[in-house]
Write a protein that binds this ligand. Structure first.
Ligand code: BDR
Ligand code: CA
Length: 318
């Protein structure tokens, strides 16, 4: 690839907590010729940090991208205790794959410092952040070095819920519930935010045919993906009375690759941080009743067939 091709790629930093759906998000990002993945930062979320960091190294190595550095970020939320989701993702977070010890070594640099240093050396509005776990690392970077905020082009994140209600409490989605204070910092940062909450991620439920098609691709990454989707689907299929589970996190990368498949609306979004009953609730002003200036492009519709076609095509390329 020559220099001009390199320059036309969108530089992104991924911050995630794998998580089977984070894993699929990583696979979609790591072989996308449109994207330049500068690094992957792990946060405590679906499972504790020691495990999400290890999972990131396993997944990056599986994708053949040992050139992409992986960093451990914060162990837990800014204020609250860490709440994990082994009940959904299994003890490892990525149950369903054949495990191996990655050859990629652990990185000594803290993930928050990696984010800060990368943004510091970038141009204004250059870097896209893609968080698909609790927003702790992103908010900590903003708090530690507020001068990096103008370097952010956009934040494309998975989190929140409006019309769908919550998946961890009646009113909160997991990523926002785990660290509502971090989400509050991010919502107020003033940079463009594109948000994929449950309203849209519940429109991309897997089913047995999709998983079979992915398995039939025959390569290692597709095999691992199908194994994870089998595992991930069990719990969610029972919960949502569907045939599979929602592929939350890959919506972020799918939008970067093919934005036309989503419908978004500019809305003002506020995070509930203090109520015991509704902690982590995303108050999405979908109908503009507050008169507050929109701070988020809220995704609310997706073309499901196109989403799974993209995912399958890209996994076929491994
Ligand atoms: C989000 O929570 C996690 O369980 C998933 O990885 C996703 O990021 C969905 O609420
Ligand atoms: Ca996640």
């Amino acid at each position: 690839m020559n220099k001009s091709d390199e320059n036309s790629k969108l530089p992104i930093i991924i911050d995630c907590d794998p998580g089977q759906d984070d894993a699929l998000m990583l696979f979609l990002a790591l072989n996308a010729p449109e994207l330049d993945v500068l690094g992957v930062v792990a946060c405590g979320g679906n499972v504790p940090l020691a495990r999400t960091e290890l999972n990131c190294r396993i997944l990056v190595e599986m994708a053949g991208r040992v050139d992409v550095p992986v960093f451990a970020g914060c162990e837990g939320p800014m204020v609250e205790q860490l709440f994990t989701a082994e009940y959904l993702h299994g003890e490892t977070g990525i149950d369903g794959i054949d495990f191996f010890e990655p050859s990629l070594p652990k990185n000594e640099k803290h993930g928050v410092d990696f984010i800060i240093e990368t943004l510091r050396s970038a141009e204004n509005e250059e870097i896209t952040l893609v968080p698909t776990g609790p927003l702790t690392n992103i908010a900590m970077a903003m708090r530690k070095a507020p001068e990096i905020i103008p370097k952010i082009k956009q934040i494309v994140l998975m989190g929140g819920a409006c019309f769908e209600g919550g998946n961890v409490t009646p009113s909160a989605e997991f990523n926002i519930y785990v660290d509502p204070h971090a989400a509050d910092v991010v919502m107020r940062c003033g940079r463009p935010i594109v948000m994929f909450g449950l309203d849209v991620t519940h429109q991309v439920m897997t089913d047995p045919k999709i998983v079979a098609d992915i398995r039939a691709l025959g390569n290692k990454v597709a095999h691992a993906s199908a194994g994870m989707l089998d595992f991930f689907g069990q719990y969610d299929a029972a919960k949502y009375s569907e045939q599979g589970g929602p592929l939350h996190d890959p919506c972020t990368i799918a939008w970067l690759l093919e934005p036309e498949m989503f419908v978004l609306k500019h809305c003002h979004v506020t995070i509930e941080t203090s109520s015991k009953l509704t902690r982590g609730h995303t108050a999405v002003d979908f109908w503009g009743v507050t008169g507050n200036q929109p701070n988020v492009a809220w995704a609310h519709k997706v073309d499901r067939a196109r989403f799974f076609a993209l995912l399958t095509q890209r996994l076929a390329q491994y």
